[in-house]
Design a protein around this ligand. Structure first.
Ligand SMILES: [Zn+2]
Ligand SMILES: [Zn+2]
Length: 354
């Protein structure tokens, strides 16, 4: 069968190649791939700066944002069921992983499908254990391909709210920094939770991303027009800030964007070596006297996948046309280059029809 493979550590090695047909072991389910989302992680692997091939191999099958259909009945699933699959697998030697929370793995020696030590789903067929599959309702259909980025947002919001709710908390206003897939899905999920939401991005207010943010009732801010500190002066600070722009300076600045008891959660990754700075009083006075909190979040628990699928389906009911527009480019496997270069919210590789 055909799949999209890359040699981690080797820049620009990504190619369509023949890969062996998967053979389901006991408890595993044979899946037919419908669609695989592409994101910055895939680009980084493709650029040779991230990813690890499976043991004893040079090449890794890419693809961690999976939507597929069950090809053969298996435990809990029937032929024809739409499914997605969680990404991270247990390190095999910590209590978090043993308890079903590889998203909180203590050792960091987890593996991830399509990223580290395990092949991904960007191939015509795939296999996965039933325990790692998540059912996608038929009503959600192809939008189920957004489940993986959605799960990351669902975890971030769950954790931010858990931290906020450690004390009496007023959760009303949220700011999302970044208008890519993670920022946009966070915007929609926060709106579903009843937050008043501002979404800040670099694009001008007239672009499709701005319209997409505003379609769910959020207010879009172009940071070229309105710096975030000016927005805070205007709005009065936020109870939740989600940083999904991948800029360490902005991540630190989020502490100054919170109001009393506010929580900021960082999702974007910025690996540049540099110093970032903050007015000392924001950290040394305001963060303490106003009980502010800053945390990072990565990956997702199985419950976040369930929550994401459920939230996506509710978002589809409320803002269906807008949610459809999240996937701005669908291309065949051979045109993966176009998907990797796409500048909109989400591009996907198409493998087949349900
Ligand atoms: Zn991704
Ligand atoms: Zn672990």
């Amino acid at each position: 069968m055909r799949g999209l493979v890359a040699i981690p550590d080797k820049p620009h090695s990504t190619a369509v190649a023949e890969v062996p047909d998967p053979r389901p072991a006991e408890g595993e389910i044979l899946l037919r791939t419908l669609e695989v989302g592409v994101c910055g992680t895939d680009r980084e692997i493709s650029e040779g700066v991230f990813g690890v091939a499976p043991p004893g191999r040079d090449a890794l099958v890419l693809g961690h944002e999976f939507l597929g259909v069950v090809e053969r009945d298996g435990p809990g699933f029937s032929r024809g069921d739409l499914v997605t699959a969680t990404v991270r697998r247990s390190c095999g030697r910590c209590d978090a992983c043993a308890g079903g929370s590889p998203d909180a793995c203590h050792t960091g020696d987890y593996s991830e499908r399509g990223i580290t030590r395990l092949d991904g789903f960007a191939s015509e067929l795939a296999v996965e254990s039933a325990e790692h599959l998540v059912a996608v309702p038929p009503s959600l259909g192809r939008l189920g391909v957004l489940a993986e980025p959605g799960s990351v947002c669902a975890r971030a919001i769950r954790h931010a709210c858990a931290v906020g709710e450690r004390q009496p908390w007023r959760a009303e206003r949220a700011l999302v920094v970044g208008a890519g897939a993670i920022g946009m899905l966070s915007t929609y999920f926060l709106r579903l939770d009843g937050f008043e939401v501002w979404t800040a991005g670099r694009s001008p207010r007239t672009t499709a991303k701005a319209q997409l943010a505003e379609a769910c009732g959020a207010t879009y801010i172009s940071t070229a027009d309105v710096p975030l500190d000016a927005l805070v002066d205007d709005v009065g600070g936020f109870d939740v800030v989600i940083e999904a722009a991948g800029d360490a300076q902005v991540m630190l600045d989020t502490l100054a964007l919170l109001r009393r008891n506010g929580v900021a959660c960082l999702l974007g990754v910025d690996g540049h070596t540099r110093k970032v700075s903050l007015d000392g009083r924001v950290l040394g006075v305001d963060t303490i006297l106003q009980n502010r909190a800053l945390l990072g979040s990565v990956n997702a628990h199985a419950r976040d996948w369930e929550a994401a699928v459920e939230a996506l389906d509710r978002a589809r009911e409320r803002w269906g046309d807008a949610l459809e527009a999240f996937v701005g480019l669908r291309v065949a496997l051979d045109c993966f280059d176009e998907a990797f270069e796409f500048q909109g919210v989400k591009a996907t590789l198409q493998f087949g029809e349900a």
